[in-house]
Each structure stands twice: as C-alpha cells, then as structure tokens.
Ligand binder design. Sequence first.
Ligand code: NDP
Ligand code: 8X3
Length: 251
Amino acid sequence: MSKIILITGASSGLGKATAEKFAAEGWNLILTARRKEKLAVVVNDIEKKYGVKTLSLIFDVQDKKAVFEHLENLPKEWQAINVLLNNAGLALGRDPFEEANLEDWETMIDTNLKGLLYASKAVLPFIIAQKGHIINIGSTAGKEVYKDGNVYCATKHAVDAISKAQRIDLLQHQVKVTAIHPGAVETDFSIVRFKGDTTKADAVYAGYTPLKAEDIADTIWYVANTPEHVCINDLVITCTAQGNSTTIFKG
Ligand code: NDP
Ligand code: 8X3
C-alpha cells in the first residue's frame, strides 16, 4: 500500500518540490495551501505525471478552526499519514525592531509557530497510529539571530524548540521528529518577504549559487526514509557558498 505524506504550504517552493519528489517515488499526497488555483496546477501536474492519489485542502494555517475542521475530519482512506511536513511559513519584512510592522510580526508568529502547532496537534492521532514522522521546516534563522531578522528569527527558534519538545514527548509513541534548517533557497520566499519588490528579492540570490527547492526535497526524502531505528533529529543545510545566515561568499 502506498504511503501518505501531508505537506502544508504545497503551492510553491519547498512544499511543491517535496510533493513532486514523493509522488515520483509513489507516495500519495495530502497537499494544503491558501491559493486554490496555484495548488490545483501543482496537483494536476503531479497526477498526470506520476499517477498517484492526491487530496488538496484549502485553508490558512493561522485559522485554528479551519485547520482542525479539515485535518481532524480527513476521509478514512487518508488518515493513515506516515509523514507530516510542517512547511507552510513566511518572512514579512526585514526591518529594525523599532520600525518593524506589528501586523507582520503577528502574521509570522501565527503562521510559522501557531500554524505548525495546530497542524501537528490536529493530525497527531493519525501520526501516532502509524508510528509516523513529523518533519518541521526551520531555518538557519532558527539557529542564529541576524540584524533586522528579529521576529522571523524568533519564530524559527521556536520551531527548533518545538521540534525538540515534540521529539521528547512523542518518544513513547515511537513517532520520529526531525527539524530541517535550510539557508538561502531560491523560491518565492524573498518576493513574499519584500512584498513583491523583485529587485530586493533578486539581490538575495545574486552572485552565488543558492540552494534549489529540489535540494531540500531530496533531503526530506532521505530523512523520511531512514531505517526504522534511525531518526535524524536536526539538520542544517546551506549552499556551499553560505557559512551562516549572513555570511555568503560571492566570489
Ligand atoms: P514559498 O513562498 O515559495 O512557499 C511558502 C508556502 O507556504 C506556500 O505554499 C504558501 O502557500 C504557504 N503558506 C504561507 N502562509 C500560509 C498560511 N498562512 N496558510 C497556509 N499556507 C501558507 O517559500 P518557501 O518554499 O521558501 O518556504 C517554505 C518554508 O521554508 C517556510 O517555512 C520558510 O520559512 C522556510 N525556509 C525557506 C528558506 C528560503 O530561503 N526559501 C530558508 C529556510 C527556511 P499559499 O500562499 O498558497 O498559502
Ligand atoms: C530563510 C533564510 O536567511 O532569509 O529562512 O533567514 S534567511
């Protein structure tokens, strides 16, 4: 029987690439996002290319009621979830503390932290039943704080802490928990962060070869397919040109 991965934030970037990777390996997919049309394109492509089964769910992970309504009431045939990938997330702005926008802070906290908690809690009974695996997408921003990264860094530090907590608390259920912390990956991330300013977004990836979403998808595939007795706890991955969040060798 095919395995099932549930991916939050599957309409672009890391989530989309991971959906493709797992579909190519024959897994069935539960894919979630807010943008219905964008997710529909991903789903159509994958179904055509790989012939796997997909279930798409449209909701905002910030909306506690919607998360629980969708995930607690999954159709029976979709409840045997092997892997939950908590990926939905974003940065908004890169501003000094005194200038940063309060609403941006709230959106990042509600998405990156509370959304991850809601999704994890809602599907936990299914994951426990499978002795499954929770994979949380953190960031190098969860390992160090950089200037003007304030609340984004805080949310990713929280993902790091929650991953450790989940690993300890879920040990008794033999649920694996992994946190993956990427450095710069060229996706829509910076376009979202800089609110459509493509000049600023492009500058983030100029002058070196950043990670591709597929690099992270390959890593997630590896982490999700270790032998039963092996759990990769924590993994920081950057492109070769990146030493930490703010040190990038641009030739
Ligand atoms: P993208 O902007 O390409 O993708 C983000 C995904 O998250 C989209 O599918 C988006 O879907 C979804 N999403 C965002 N907010 C919500 C929400 N409130 N409810 C539901 N879904 C939501 O960026 P990435 O693929 O790069 O980002 C994925 C994750 O990787 C994030 O957690 C990010 O912090 C992390 N990360 C990214 C790095 C990078 O350099 N790119 C590096 C380190 C970590 P939709 O808008 O349709 O809802
Ligand atoms: C995304 C990477 O360096 O912009 O999490 O924080 S960074």
